[in-house]
Design a protein around this ligand. Sequence first.
Ligand code: SAH
Ligand code: SF4
Length: 351
Amino acid sequence: MSELDRREILDWLREKGESRLDLLWQRADTVRRERVGDVVHLRALIEVSNHCRRNCLYCGIRAGRRIQRYRMSDSEVLGCARQAARLGYGTVVLQAGEDDGLSTEVVALMVRRIKAETGLAVTLSLGERNADELAVWHKVGADRYLLKHETSDVRLYRRIRPGCELTDRLHLLRLLRELGYELGSGIMVGIPGQSWESVCDDIALFRDLDLDMVGIGPFIAHPDTPLGRNAHRLALVAEKQVPATDLLTLKVVALTRLVCPTANIPATTALATISPGSGRQSALSCGANVWMPDLTPQEYRQLYDIYPGKAGGQLTVEEQHERLLEVLEGMSRIPGAGPGSRRDSRPASAG
Ligand code: SAH
Ligand code: SF4
């Protein structure tokens, strides 16, 4: 990003004029249409475990919180994957806390069974794991890995993820790419302590990492976490602090589409949570091209409590699916039928 580009990005992030912002939304929507087309890729999210050894200050399933924990069996996960295949979704995303109980073998078996029985693309989002297990999982068929860097501000990262270093996260992202995974990362927008400049750095990093997928969601305060309770301790003075709003999140989505024109960008559940009823449509109108319905069984979904009030949390899988089809039809967008890899994304009108 040249100095001018960076200045421009900063200006857009701070822009308040509605008619000026309409230009940003239109520009991002045009680039989306021209570069990745009207297809919206569908990824079934399966939250396979809420055990976690980390203590991220923002997260409701952090190790230090006393909550009921669960880990799905491989048969349960396979049941969800079969349901995803029946509904025509091209990918399953297996997400969890950093759970040592999800051993190399346990995950390898899940991946093998899903691939053998459904042929779906598999994305893993299991946090920071070691090089050997990541290599094994790719070898048995895992296609993609999603590991958000959350913020590119080294000091803020250290504060909100105790015991973790941004350099380790970035090293892991590069390793995942070398291993052959398609690579997803992303950020939370409006973390207490997050500056406008650091969001510019985040957007530059998306481009430098040449990400296949970029997930952008607002920070949502969880009242039973240190950051939810004590946001003021980290927050910058008002004019320096990035707000955790739907508007700011949409600006980051739109700017990301301009900087990474062929990336897959989801309309995130976190955005739909703070903007009920319109969050997904808004994101899909300004750059997003992916939707990730939650296929986690109801009894586990409520225990995967990373932030409160998750959008769609009460809906059955079928209800979510109907709503998704309705929204896409209303927007003249096409539900994707295949795995929806970045390399397959073309401005075609079929998926
Ligand atoms: N343990 C893995 C994956 C599960 S957490 C990891 O941390 O990478 C998945 C995502 O949930 C995180 O990347 C983070 O961006 C998001 N998340 C967690 N707590 C959140 C909160 N309070 N508000 C918004 N997003 C949150
Ligand atoms: Fe664990 Fe991920 Fe939550 Fe951090 S964000 S506590 S690693 S689940």
